[in-house]
Design a protein around this ligand. Structure first.
Ligand code: T4K
Length: 370
């Protein structure tokens, strides 16, 4: 039994294929700054995701910073987001000189809840940053309606939503921009990497400047850009991993069914929502454990699995408002007690990747069905 078993396992290309592709890099000695492999990957991703603009970055966090910068939000203005996310989401807002404001999550999806967003709007609000957390798609219509009503920009952290479509339309086309992470822990990875997509072809030019110091040519710097460039080694990983994504998704989708088969009958276990019309990302398999109904706590299950070498994760506990920098920030909610405050001690992501074996599934089933 291969243990430890982690929550995720990166896709890796065949080492001989990687060697052959790296030969090209060694031959040209072009290592970064928009090399040929980078250009190929960017163009492949544009078609794969069916978007007019797809711009590679060196990681998802820098891509988030750049996407927020693209919106040219007034300094010090407020951006409403979810506290149930990775630290990078809130930090990217803060690093842009903006103020993160937190709104509660929907009990059905655990994504940011439009009615709670309404509660968080002030005269200083400039944007909403939705997160398709675990790959669950946000209430796209609900958020867009609010954004339109209040003249706000809408941006998505799609770190977990690579390849998702909504009634056939790429998730990367919603809102003003979508940001993907291509980190090792993501379904499609370039070891470290990020991607911004938008529905507007004209955004590519500004994003190009934002990721390359604002350099237009040898004599001109036209905007306050950063070093957001993906290098050729990352791009090589991406080119070879992209064709492997479909098979990994197929295996994960079977694993999802196996988990659901034994979990759905158990009292106190919340399962990921089934979202009609949505082609899923298969990024995470998140559940919530109600300690009263299930008669065991999330932390108890987490520790017990760990003793068997199975490393589930409590994503995203602690939530952003538990972090030192955001400790005094409110969570705006339609409830007296925000749902996220309850769910943060219940959520657990089970191992979800092509390396999970039958024995692993048996051990996880035994853990839940004692
Ligand atoms: N927005 C959202 C919603 C995000 O979730 C993230 C990143 C971002 C933005 C920012 O994107 P990036 O700047 O990272 O591209 C991991 C990742 O580092 C992070 O990318 C990811 N979200 C977050 C959810 O998970 P940790 O601290 O949980 O990583 P770590 O090292 O504990 O890895 C988890 C497990 O994965 C390990 O137990 C073993 C396995 N693993 C990990 C790595 C790095 C491997 O098997 N191989 C590996 O190379 O943050």
């Amino acid at each position: 039994m291969p243990r430890p078993l982690y929550v995720t396992r990166p896709l890796l290309p065949d080492l001989n294929d990687m060697h052959a592709l790296l030969r090209e890099v060694w031959d040209t000695r072009i290592l970064t700054n928009g090399g040929p492999l980078h250009e190929r990957l960017e163009s492949e991703l544009k078609s794969y995701l069916d978007v007019p603009t797809a711009m590679l970055f060196n990681n998802g966090t820098i891509a988030l910073l750049a996407a927020l910068k693209l919106l040219e939000l007034p300094e010090g203005s407020e951006v409403i987001t979810t506290p149930l996310t990775f630290a990078a989401t809130a930090h990217a807002i803060h690093w842009n000189g903006l103020v993160p404001v937190f709104a509660d999550v929907s009990p059905d999806t655990l994504t940011i809840e439009p009615e709670s967003v309404r509660k968080a709007i002030t005269a200083k609000t400039s944007a909403i940053l939705g997160v398709h957390v675990y790959g669950t798609v946000c209430d796209l219509d609900g958020l867009q309606t609010i954004a339109d009503e209040h003249g706000l920009q809408l941006i998505y952290d799609a770190a977990h939503a690579f390849g998702v479509t909504v009634h056939g339309k790429s998730i990367g086309l919603f809102g003003n921009a979508s940001v993907f992470s291509l980190h090792a822990t993501k379904l499609f990875n370039t070891a470290e990497g990020g991607l911004i997509t938008t529905a507007r072809a004209e955004d590519a030019k500004n994003l190009y400047f934002l990721r390359n110091f604002g350099i237009k040519n040898e004599d001109e710097v036209v905007s306050v850009g950063i070093n957001g460039k993906m290098n050729e080694l990352q791009a090589a990983m991406g080119l070879l991993n992209l064709p492997l994504v479909a098979e990994e998704k197929r295996v994960r989708s079977q694993l999802r069914e196996r988990y659901q088969d034994f979990l759905k009958a158990l009292p106190g276990i919340w399962l990921p929502p089934n979202q009609p019309g949505i082609f899923p990302s298969e990024q995470y398999f998140q559940i919530c454990i109600d300690p009263v109904l299930f008669k065991r706590s999330r932390d108890d299950v987490y520790r017990s699995l760990q003793q068997k070498g199975i490393f589930s994760r409590k994503y995203f506990h602690p939530i952003c408002t538990d972090f030192e920098p955001y400790r005094n920030y409110a969570i705006h909610s339609v409830r007296n007690v925000p749902h996220v405050e309850i769910v943060k001690s219940q959520v657990l992501c089970l191992p979800f990747h092509g390396g999970v074996t039958e024995d692993d599934i048996d051990d996880i089933r035994d853990e839940f069905c004692q």
